[in-house]
Design a protein around this ligand. Structure first.
Ligand SMILES: [Zn+2]
Length: 436
């Protein structure tokens, strides 16, 4: 029964989580990674999502652990409903002014998918990459995409007996094959969902006036964030949602269901770009992040991972090639705006994500704190500073040598005094900025 479309050559895994650096066991070394000094805006690079299709030797996927690994209701975490990294939120020296007159602190972010702070950044960047891929394909073909759900018949999904082997065969591969042969799909992007909301809670939520799934998950997220147990609300019930290109046709048989999202007249609904972005974001909010053990050369450690994939004609599709540089740039800007972000010079970032305490008009010229050592070795530079500046930068250097990390905001005024002729610039996080 195996059909060539099921071979790995027609499927791309989009693994956007570079979580290896940020597991608890390695968190203590975070300061050694210059990456950690990038603030949340632009840290992952902009249109990386779409380009990140495929498996490099270092990219981890759901298939890197034993395929017979049994899945239970606690196998998954939902983005934003887990623990933040130990150093997430710390403000640490990341730059100094070339004239020695200013120090700049950036906010460290753990970038964990499960981090209550970092997950939205991950979600937005993931949606950006997926929306870019699907919209570029749609525009280049002059068609609109559709939303679709694919599953083993929902009433027959059992809670037990799931492992990766059958998620792979009875969901992903069967989905691509049925999608192509029976449901009119040429290709698309897929988001894996491990859970469905329990019937009893669906009823409770409806009674309390919450009408749609999007509201159910918002309610669940709020309750879990204040301490409720996710498993109380959901059953393990693996299924897929996809946005696809093709000629939609529903499909239903004893072992599989493909259901397109309809409009009021029960005609598959064509998605506009804003629908794609909104729908993908909603889907991404409760995709499964799987925590499993991963074997490395020097032992085993916990490794969170998750899957979002492209398949069929969208596998290896390249948005820039499909559209050409000008249209590509225009589309990136459109999608960024829909996500409340901005796209400039090939970078995706947040408007006003960085608010310096600077009051003066002129911005200092900044250099990475990692260059401080070589600057201090330069007699000409050192002698151009005032005595208090010289002492300050030597103290920063000594502090770093002693503690193995540059100073945090809390260290100033306690362990390090900032002289009057050195200004402090500091990034302000979104929440803080609102309070100012
Ligand atoms: Zn975090």
């Amino acid at each position: 029964m195996l059909n060539p479309i099921t071979s790995s050559g027609t499927e791309g895994l989009i693994t956007l989580s570079d979580s290896g650096l940020h597991t608890p066991s390695s968190a203590g070394q975070d300061y050694k990674h210059e990456d950690m000094f990038k603030h949340s805006g632009g840290a992952l690079g902009a249109p990386r999502g779409h380009a990140h299709v495929g498996r490099g030797p270092d990219s981890l996927t759901l298939f890197d652990f034993p395929s017979t690994f049994p899945l239970g209701p606690r196998s998954f975490q939902i983005p934003g409903l887990g623990q933040k990294g130990r150093l997430c939120g710390h403000q640490r020296v990341d730059k100094f002014a070339v004239d020695g007159s200013a120090v700049h602190l950036a906010i460290l972010r753990c970038k964990r998918v499960e981090c209550p702070t970092c997950w939205t950044d991950w979600a937005k960047k993931t949606v950006f990459g997926l929306a870019l891929l699907i919209e570029a394909t749609a525009r280049s073909e002059g068609v609109r995409p559709y939303a679709v759900m694919m599953s083993v018949p929902p009433d027959e999904v059992k809670e037990d007996g799931w492992d990766w082997e059958n998620v792979n065969t009875s969901l992903f591969r069967r989905g691509y094959r049925r999608g192509k042969d029976h449901a009119g799909m040429r290709g698309g992007v897929v988001v894996f969902h491990p859970y469905r909301v329990k019937k009893a809670y669906q009823q409770e939520f409806r009674r309390s006036g919450i009408k749609r799934d999007i509201g159910f998950w918002k309610e669940i997220r709020e309750r879990v964030n204040v301490g409720a147990d996710l498993c109380e609300f959901v059953n393990l019930s693996p299924h897929l949602h996809a946005i696809v290109i093709g000629n939609p046709k529903g499909h239903s048989c004893k072992d599989f269901v493909v259901r397109y999202r309809d409009d009021e007249a029960h005609v598959p609904k064509e998605l506009a770009l804003k629908d794609i972005v909104a729908y993908l974001f909603y889907l991404i909010t409760h995709t499964g992040v799987l925590t499993h053990l991963k074997k490395y050369k020097r032992g085993v450690r916990r490794q969170p991972t998750h899957t979002v994939r492209s398949f069929g004609s969208l596998f290896r599709a390249d948005a820039k090639k499909l559209l050409g540089p000008d249209e590509y740039e225009k589309l990136c800007k459109e999608i960024a705006e829909l996500l409340g972000m901005k796209y400039e010079n090939g970078e995706l970032s947040y408007p006003d994500s960085c608010e310096d305490m600077a009051t003066s008009e002129e911005q200092p010229i900044w250099v990475s704190i990692y260059k401080l050592g070589s600057y201090l070795n330069d007699e000409k530079w050192l002698s151009s500073l005032s005595l208090t500046q010289t002492n300050f930068w030597l103290a920063v250097y000594r502090f770093w040598r002693a503690r193995g990390r540059p100073p945090d905001l809390e260290d100033f005024g306690v362990l390090l005094r900032i002289p009057d002729d050195v200004k402090l610039y500091r990034e302000v996080s979104g929440d803080e900025a609102d309070e100012l």
